[in-house]
Design a protein around this ligand. Structure first.
Ligand code: ADP
Ligand code: ZN
Ligand code: ZN
Length: 725
């Protein structure tokens, strides 16, 4: 037999698939070791076939199979074809997504321990031992009583020599036990609820056909219950489920709910796990022990068999589109897998992507709506506050009078409050009032953020730290201005206003350690009154019944970014953050502070008018020819050498211009320019931006003109990128 093998050579941008003679035991989906250019390299078997087109005398043979059974299931082998054609990825890179690195490189082993058992008859055995073998006698007595003990503990008590002697004499049995490094989850009692009519209808509809469903349900409408009921029904049919959430470590509650409802069969996969935990969870899924996979984006590649449902919760979230190589769109992979398994796919959100809602209206997705919160709860009132009026009335602080009074009221009532500010650190920049000097990063074209805790300036792009300014390095003036406020400053201010009230901060700085989010949220959950200050990580899916107030300090942060989706993102963020309150009682209240109170995004968001927002936004996208009415292709060229960067950009741009001549009707926009952030980590960044009407031929041409190899220059091509900085 001939095997088609993907050869995994790092630092090689070419996709290499070669024919080799297979070993008799070689199977599709196995990892193998193959000779390649005078060395042995890792490969994956894609296909077995009778013969090769190539000259037999030139073919080499697979050196060894690295697995007894294929680690890559047929479905996932097939998926690589789809992914390479859809996302223009190298096969070897796709296998990196499918197999976690610990599995791929055999870098992690099973964690085991040795257990010693004694099952013999003490009275018969003791006379056989020498009288002076005291430790051995004691150890046997101990084991006789306990039955078994971990070897290391036994050695600690009676000495390793005595234990070894007992083993060597065959008087006790030694077994090696595999330990599961299961991520640390708390299991609480499973709260069963009776589904309401809307939820039941949603469950029934989803179970009746293998379609893609858009489950549009307001925050607190009970979407998670719908997911769990669908999963339960599929488990009864001996099927499995994949449930994706934006970043699982941010929502320990979700994990908790799932492990409580489905004890012992949930596996979690996310970036917060140690390699050992990832290894063990992957193995539990692979061998069928775990039937429900709960995880972040990459869990879409989980090796489950016979999938009964795939769920993408908060489908509008950015994290579902990967931003670094290999770049892929989770939803597309999910659609492919759901078709392969003939199972339903659920995209759930209170604020679906504009594209998704359009697809639902067109019938491409089936729309299911849950327009009410459970238990007749109302949506919390969102009061928009004009910060300019505040300034004119003499309040120059970043906190409006309404915000402070509502916050006080909430705390006085013994409740919890959440304050949202989408900026970490203390102040967004430090600037000299005299000469206008702004502290910038040496390696990136961005201003530095002041962090008061360390009294340092930090670059949020590369992480480099600098000493805070005491006086201006340019003119020595001591008059320093602080930029817009971030989480640290808010916490400082609140500590002054609310002495003795616990205040928690949740952002990238406070959640760096393992289980960092979990610890903060666990403490917040049991502390009332209290205030939680955080960035967008507090917006996602948390369900704390005692939160009665939400303050959105600077809603405009996400509004004025150089991205066609900035309004949509702002709508989503406001809705999600507001949704954290009033989840148990009708006591939720939201204050939204902005300098643009008449912007349509706030008008619609404060009324929870998704449809109104959608109609306005889709019209705008149509008249300006932005997605979904066009596709954005960005070719990003970066290099430490600016001249080289410009040259390569120019070279690609010239080819793009030729394409534009050929496909003129398909081009809406084409331009080369420096990126909005012109330098990151010492690398200059130039880009070619195209807006096109989608056409497979043109798309593959665009990919191929960017597919050049140039020393010291990296080139990326992105399709509808998340982020245009
Ligand atoms: P969503 O995911 O839409 O934000 P959840 O599923 O988290 O909503 O539900 C919000 C809260 O309401 C949860 O605490 C959940 O246990 C509860 N809940 C959901 N469905 C029901 C129901 N039918 N009856 C009573 N409580 C429910
Ligand atoms: Zn100065
Ligand atoms: Zn930097």
């Amino acid at each position: 037999m001939i095997a088609e093998v993907v050869v995994d050579i790092s630092n090689d941008s070419v996709d290499r698939v070669y024919d080799y003679f297979a070993l008799p035991t070689t199977k599709v989906g196995m990892r193998v070791r193959v000779p390649f250019a005078n060395r042995l390299v890792l490969g994956y078997v894609l296909k077995l076939k009778e013969s090769s087109q190539l000259d037999k005398s030139k073919l080499k043979s697979i050196k060894e199979n690295l697995d007894d059974i294929p680690l890559i299931k047929p479905e996932l082998v097939e998926l690589t074809d789809f992914m390479s054609s859809r996302f223009f990825l190298r096969k070897a890179d796709i296998f990196k997504l499918i197999l976690p690195s610990s599995i791929r490189n055999d870098s992690v082993r099973d964690k085991t321990y040795e257990l010693i058992k004694f099952t013999g008859n003490l009275d018969e055995i003791l006379p056989l031992l020498k009288k002076n073998a005291k430790s051995q006698i004691l150890a046997l007595n101990y084991l006789n009583e306990k039955g078994e003990e971990v070897r290391s503990k036994l050695s600690e008590k009676f000495g390793s020599g005595a234990v070894k002697a007992l083993i060597d004499k065959g008087l006790v049995q030694l077994t090696v036990v595999k330990l599961n490094r299961t991520p640390n989850v708390d299991i609480t009692e499973d709260k069963r609820v009776k589904l309401n009519k809307g939820q039941q209808h949603a469950v029934d509809t989803i179970l009746s056909s293998a379609d893609t469903f858009l489950l549009k349900g307001v925050t607190g409408s009970g979407k998670t219950e719908v997911y769990m009921n669908v999963i339960e029904a599929q488990l009864k049919l001996n099927k499995t489920a994949i449930m994706l959430v934006p970043e699982i470590s941010l929502t320990p509650q979700m994990l908790n709910r799932f492990t409580s409802r489905f004890p012992n069969i949930v596996a979690v996969l996310h970036s917060g796990l140690s390699d050992g935990e990832k290894f063990d969870e992957w193995r539990r899924i692979f061998n069928g022990e775990a039937k429900v996979v709960l995880g972040a984006r990459s869990a879409i590649f989980a090796p489950v068999n016979n999938v009964g449902v795939i769920i993408i919760d908060e489908e509008h979230d950015n994290s579902y589109v990967s931003e670094s190589n290999p770049r892929y769109v989770t939803e597309d992979v999910a659609i492919w897998r759901s078709r392969y398994n003939s199972c339903p796919l659920i995209l759930g959100s209170a604020t679906p992507k504009i594209e998704s809602y359009q697809k639902a209206l067109k019938g491409e997705f089936k729309l299911i709506e849950l327009n009410e919160r459970v238990n007749n709860l109302q949506m919390p009132v969102i009061q928009v506050v004009d910060m300019l009026t505040e300034v004119m009335d003499g309040n120059t602080s970043p906190y409006s009078r309404l915000l402070i009074s509502k916050l006080k009221e909430c705390i006085d009532n013994g409740k919890q409050a959440i304050l949202f500010i989408n900026r970490r650190g203390y102040a967004s920049f430090m600037m000299c009032r005299e000469c206008g000097y702004i502290a910038k990063c040496e390696d990136c074209a961005v201003s530095l953020v002041y962090h008061s805790e360390e009294n340092e300036l930090k670059c949020h792009f590369c992480g480099k730290r600098y000493r805070a300014l005491k006086n201006c390095p340019n003119c020595q003036s001591k008059s320093i201005k602080y930029g817009a406020l971030g989480t640290e400053r808010v916490v400082n201010d609140l500590r002054e206003m609310f002495e003795n009230i616990p205040i928690f901060r949740m952002d990238n700085d406070t959640t760096r350690q393992k289980d960092g989010h979990k610890k903060i949220l666990a403490e917040f959950a049991v502390t009332s009154p209290s205030i939680l200050v955080g960035t967008q990580m507090i917006a996602k899916g948390h369900d704390y019944p005692n939160v009665a107030f939400v303050g959105i300090l600077d809603a405009d942060v996400s509004l004025y970014t150089s991205d066609y989706r900035s309004t949509e993102r702002t709508f989503q963020l406001v809705t999600q953050v507001a949704g954290r309150t009033g989840r148990k009682n009708n006591d939720g209240f939201v204050v939204l502070q902005t300098y643009a109170p008449r912007h349509y995004v706030y008008r619609f968001a404060s009324q929870y008018d998704y449809i109104g927002f959608y109609e306005k936004e889709i019209n705008l996208r149509e008249t300006t020819a932005f997605p979904p009415f066009s596709h954005i292709i960005r070719i990003l060229v970066s290099s430490e050498n600016e001249q080289k960067c410009i040259q390569v950009t120019k070279k690609i741009y010239d080819k793009a211009l030729q394409l534009k001549e050929k496909y003129d009707k398909l081009f809406i926009f084409l331009q080369a320019m420096p990126s909005p952030v012109k330098r990151i980590k010492r690398k200059y960044r130039y880009q070619i931006l195209a807006r096109i009407r989608l056409n497979d031929e043109l798309l593959s041409c665009l990919y191929s003109i960017a597919d050049i190899i140039e020393k010291d220059v990296s080139i990326f091509i992105e399709h509808n990128p998340n982020n245009l900085r």
